[in-house]
Design a protein around this ligand. Sequence first.
Ligand code: CP3
Length: 357
Amino acid sequence: MIPPLRNDRFLRALNRQPVDQTPVWMMRQAGRYLPEYRMTRSQAGDFMSLCKNPQLACEVTMQPLERYPLDAAILFSDILTIPDAMECGLYFEAGEGPRFQRPVRTSADIDALPIPPMAEALDYVMSAIKTIRAELNGKVPLIGFSGSPWTLATYMIEGCGSKEYRYAKGLMYSDPIALHVLLEKLTMAVTDYLNAQIDAGAQAVQIFDTWGGVLTEPAYREFSLAYMAKVISGLKRECGGQKVPVILFTKGGGGWLEAMADTGCDALGLDWTVDLGACRRRVGNRVALQGNLDPSVLFGSDKQVILEVGRLLQSFGAHPGHVFNLGHGINQFVDPDRPATMIKAVQQISREIHAGS
Ligand code: CP3
């Protein structure tokens, strides 16, 4: 039996309940900026072999928690496991990011895509979750995640990362019905995948809509937001008597927070381009907010890091419902001492703010 949580600050903040100090975790907290991660990855051989080995995935998930007093762990995996399970042939070219052997470009490609049951097709992810929960032993909650249907579609259509989305946005404007068919399929896959993660032991889930922000507002609503709302409405929001909160992160979504809050999610992830206090005033107490330190602040001095952390915490104020995070993933060239400074500052400064409230 897994014991009850010893640190529930993260879940309390997502549920907008008072906390003694603001909980903190970092997107991409397990990754290349940590020398111990690079060691384990070379032991695994490559990135996907690391993802597919539950024991090693557990080891790298735990590494940042051993270094820093973080309030949550995030499953070590990748958003591209779903298109991999849909037989697009994922591989990583050294230094070039993800690639697919079989990009999805036409209606025929889309119709041919299989949607296997994710608990089976991605059983290595479910095993990793169970292994991590046992290893955490109630220390902090475990976050599961998925890419949004639109974000997964961009990689599947382009066949790799992109700056312009020539093919994905091209399909959107030339054959929107075909894109809708693909997004429907991905919505089924994402819903099934997140529910399988919740069954396996994920205590909160985050939807990464990394590329929602490249769309126009009407296109965002039609091709990204609507499908995320459908995913959320299909999720089991509870596991073992505990509520499982959902965090929605659209990078570049600062203009659309009110609409995002209407999806039924519990929290919105914010990138660094928006003012945290202004965002809180916009959504009020409807959802919690997660974010949003510019990841590049970690290239500054300790003094600057402390100053920026203080500014962010002050701008949110003493209200409940804030999870401290970076506005996007931590950069691989960050010195691992900087996050230590950041986390200590979050704890010290937020304790004073919460004590004064
Ligand atoms: O946050 C965590 O610590 C959990 C692990 C995690 C990874 N990827 C590990 C990873 C998570 C949550 C992701 C999500 C992910 N993957 C996203 C959405 C988040 C975001 O950044 O907005 C996206 C777009 C991907 C797709 C992906 N995977 C890309 C574009 C790359 C290459 C990135 C790069 O900088 O080269 C990956 C690889 C990847 N995923 C790495 C890690 C630690 C680096 C791989 C390596 O070890 O070489």
